[in-house]
Design a protein around this ligand. Structure first.
Ligand SMILES: Nc1nc2c(ncn2[C@@H]2O[C@H](COP(=O)(O)OP(=O)(O)OP(=O)(O)O)[C@@H](O)[C@H]2O)c(=O)[nH]1
Ligand SMILES: [Zn+2]
Length: 363
């Protein structure tokens, strides 16, 4: 169990967990390893995941009368649940245990949705190569999206061994960030040992970063092997046959558990991000602008532009701050619209049921 991230013994058990466990005396804890349209896979050990039947309310679109089952209240990869019955055919999820962290993403489609893409994660390694892949703006974006999730971000700059890798210049470019930054050769075990503080017993970690950044290389080195089978999770693979070589929960020799979920590849703001927290340096300057709605473009008395001119803050970081602020504001608008529609539907349903009750008596 510890190999899949379990680290709770009765004295450290959250009272909410203890309550749920007491309410299901036949059940035992397990961890969601994969989420598919057709259902969940859960793991009780690191070697195997099995399909588990979930609660009917997590499968339905949600009944408006009982209150909608929000996407956030359904299990996601990394969640601890209580299961009953035996694998492989009779496993059932009976409860979702409250999570201590959740990385969410906004999924803008026809309807605004929020999804939890990884739960109960301790640390996210933001992986970026010290080559053409090096992009402080992308790192800022990841930090914004992870901010507020309860997960500790750590920036891992790979390819420090390569010709032309300028660690000093990269650290200088990232100086405004208030998170640990490490430069490593992802192929070298001694170098990767710098990540040990975040890889202790029962720790859960995820890796994010663009293609080619070195995530698989890092994973293999942490595992102490040369190569990893990175077969993608098969899509459209319905009932039963989940024979992927892909492992969603990877136990590391250090005692930590690495969670690999495709959801981490594409992160969009949910609208709840607090841009000011990820860009505290710019926010502090903006507080000194003459106009409190200053966009830091051509306004007189702009403290942010003055700081750019003095070379104290990076113009591109400011540009990214504005771009991400707009993106978050756009998502926040969609979120507000959705919440208003929900509230509206609730009022209308109430009125409708009242009319039915009046006409036909209590139903
Ligand atoms: N020299 C050197 N090469 C590295 C390092 N990290 C990654 N590479 C090389 O960079 C290439 C891409 O690395 P991967 O580990 O496959 O990148 P990834 O992030 O897993 O990419 P995707 O699987 O596409 O998401 C490979 O050829 C690695 O050998 C490093 O620290 N030093
Ligand atoms: Zn300004």
């Amino acid at each position: 169990m510890q190999a899949i991230g379990w680290r709770w013994t009765p004295p450290t058990l959250d009272p909410a967990w203890a309550g749920l466990i007491a309410a299901h005396p036949q059940a035992r804890p397990a961890r969601i390893s994969e989420q598919h349209r057709s259902g969940y896979l859960v793991a009780e050990t690191v070697d195997a995941s099995h399909r588990a039947e979930s609660l009917p309310e997590w499968q339905r679109a949600g009944s408006y009368r009982k209150g909608e089952v929000t996407p956030e209240s359904r299990p996601a990869v990394g969640d601890w649940v209580l299961v009953e019955g035996e694998a492989p055919n009779a496993l059932r999820i009976v409860a979702l245990l409250p999570r201590f962290s959740a990385i969410k993403r906004g999924a803008a489609g026809e309807h605004y949705k929020q999804q939890v893409i990884a739960a109960n994660i301790d640390t996210v390694f933001v992986v970026c190569g010290l080559d053409a892949d090096f992009n402080p703006r992308r790192i800022e974006r990841y930090l914004l999206l992870v901010g507020g999730s309860g997960v500790q971000p750590v920036i891992v700059l790979t390819k420090s061994d390569k010709d032309g890798a300028d660690v000093e210049a990269a650290l200088h470019e990232l100086r405004a960030l208030d998170v640990p930054v490490l430069a490593v050769n992802a192929k070298d075990r001694a170098s990767v040992a710098a990540l040990e503080p975040w890889l202790g017993d029962g720790q859960s970690i995820v890796l994010v970063g663009s293609s080619g950044a070195g995530k698989s290389t890092l994973t293999n080195t942490l595992l102490g092997i040369d190569r990893m089978k990175t077969g993608a999770v098969r899509e459209g693979d319905d009932r039963g046959r989940h024979t992927t070589t892909h492992r969603a929960l990877i136990a590391l020799p250090s005692g930590a558990c690495l969670i690999d979920t495709p959801g981490m590849r594409e992160l969009k703001p949910t609208g709840e991000e607090v841009v000011a927290e990820s860009f505290a340096d710019i926010e502090a300057l903006a507080a000194q602008c003459r106009f409190n709605d200053c966009r830091h473009q051509k306004e007189p008395g702009c403290a942010v532009r003055a700081a750019i001119e003095r070379g104290e803050v990076d113009a591109q970081r400011v540009a990214n701050f504005l771009k991400l602020s707009d993106e978050v504001a756009g998502a926040a608008n969609k979120l507000a619209t959705r919440l208003a529609q929900q509230a509206d539907a609730k009022v209308q349903n109430k009125a409708m049921y009242k009319r039915i009750d009046e006409k036909y008596g209590r139903h």
